[in-house]
Design a binder for this molecule. Structure first.
Ligand code: PLP
Length: 436
């Protein structure tokens, strides 16, 4: 990996203001998408692992970063590092401008009406905890229901269990069909005037299922319930519009979207956010502090106590610019084709069973292989330079639905190719031949 030579950018290149005023990336022709071209932007995809060219199929855990993101981070720390919102000098103003440009870019990316509806957080987990501890603590009470589909990631289950414990509300699981879709009839039956919140993911990290979020949200709203959508696995795979979904909350993690770790965003409807109490206290989130009375800053700053991940926001901005340079519909179509190819090719491996068969899905291929522990499968593939994940995928209830405690998972991203799928499948065939 080559880190840019920062001395070439010193010192008058105003990296941050330039970055914040215009999209860095040149738009590519609409309708044309080439994974081979996209791959050129990823230094790490050109390394070897255990003597083989890397095949990165662990995108559900985290995506790789394009050089545009790596360079933006290096340029920020190398030429422009400053704290924000305390702007006594030029660099503080530049950093603040870039940070707020990042907020505006996230709002555009999500189709949110107003940058002030975006709160920066560490990631999806922190976003859900924020809503649970702020909105949940104030709006849940004894006898209230929080509906949570069985396919959720632990980070969209446990925070609700914790707040339910404190408020004496109930977390009610919404069952799945054998295919791994949310059971629509059960959902309708479980909704009632007691339902305060529906917390569901826009795409499952273990089954790949993409639930009908807009319809489910409309149903929940009929009962006056709020809806939180966990977009951790969705945002890298298809365009999202929170206004069209009518979601009350939408959360995602930057690191699953080609951006750095430690940065993510929570969208909340402006009228909902305006009523939410701060969940953490400290600097940056106050209007004035007095031992008699402390008053808070307006949202979103009220929700962002302490120094935020400024570098992370700069990296996220670069990632959104990079992703925005593609025709997203063409990317989605490419991924769908690759997923169909992978599902067919994997089905040729003796003893391989794919987990989850929802028709609306993202390119997450969770599987079991007869005669092999998932960890042993991951280990075997690793020796061929192929990175997949094995374990419970932080979605134990979803796996339990299939009677499993553990499974292997290959998760694809826009830079994966059919040749990489072929290498995965060939390696799995070899494993079955060697052990057969
Ligand atoms: N939700 C889903 C569906 C996920 O797949 C993940 C991570 O794998 C998370 C939430 C948690 O994301 P993070 O660890 O970035 O907070």
């Amino acid at each position: 990996m080559t880190i840019p030579d920062l001395t070439r950018q010193l010192p008058e290149a105003p990296v941050l203001p330039a970055m914040s005023r215009q999209p860095a990336a040149v738009p590519r022709p609409r309708g044309a998408y080439s994974a081979e071209t996209a791959r050129q932007d990823f230094p790490v995809l050109h390394r070897t692992v255990n003597g083989h060219p890397l095949v990165w199929l662990d995108n559900g855990a985290t995506t790789q970063k394009p050089r545009q993101v790596i360079e933006a981070l290096a340029a920020y720390y190398g030429t422009a590092n400053s704290n924000i919102h305390r702007g006594a000098h030029t660099m503080a103003r530049e950093a603040t401008e870039a940070y707020e440009a990042g907020r505006a870019a996230v709002a555009r990316f999500l189709g949110a009406p107003d940058p002030a509806s975006i709160v920066f957080v560490r990631g999806t987990t922190e976003a859900v905890n924020l809503v649970a501890q702020s909105w949940g603590q104030d709006n849940l009470g004894p006898g209230d229901d929080i509906l949570v589909p069985v396919l959720e990631h632990h980070s969209n289950i446990v925070p609700w269990q914790m707040v339910a414990g404190r408020t004496r509300a109930r977390v009610v699981p919404v069952p799945l069909t054998p295919e791994g879709e949310i059971d629509r009839f059960a959902y309708e039956d479980l909704l009632s005037s007691r339902t305060r919140l529906v917390a569901l993911s826009h795409a499952s990290n273990v089954l790949g299922t993409v639930p009908p979020v807009r319809e489910m949200t409309a149903l929940a709203h009929r009962y006056g319930a709020k809806v939180l959508v966990d977009g951790a696995q969705a945002v890298a795979h298809f365009p999202v519009d929170v206004t069209e979904l009518d979601a009350d909350f939408y959360a995602f993690s930057g690191h699953k979207l080609f951006a750095p770790t430690g940065i993510g965003a929570l969208y909340a409807k402006p009228e909902v956010l305006a009523d939410m109490r701060p969940w953490q206290g400290g600097g940056n989130m106050i209007d004035s502090v007095d031992f008699g009375l402390t008053t808070f800053a307006p949202v979103p700053h009220r929700m962002e106590a302490g120094t935020g991940n400024i570098g992370g926001v700069i990296g996220l901005l670069a990632a959104l610019d990079w992703l925005g340079s593609f025709d997203r519909d063409a990317v989605t179509a490419y991924e769908e084709g690759l997923m169909a190819y992978a599902r067919q090719a994997m089905a040729t491996v003796p003893g391989l069973e794919l987990v989850g068969a929802a028709p609306e899905r993202i390119a997450v291929l969770t599987f079991t292989l007869a005669g092999h522990d998932p960890a042993a499968v991951a280990d075997w593939l690793d020796r061929d330079g192929i990175a997949i994940r094995a374990g419970h995928h932080c979605a134990q209830p979803a796996l339990a639905h299939y009677g499993l405690e553990s499974a292997a998972r290959a998760s694809l991203a826009l830079y994966n190719t059919s040749e990489e799928v072929d290498r995965l499948v060939a390696s799995l065939h070899r494993l079955q031949q060697t052990s057969g």
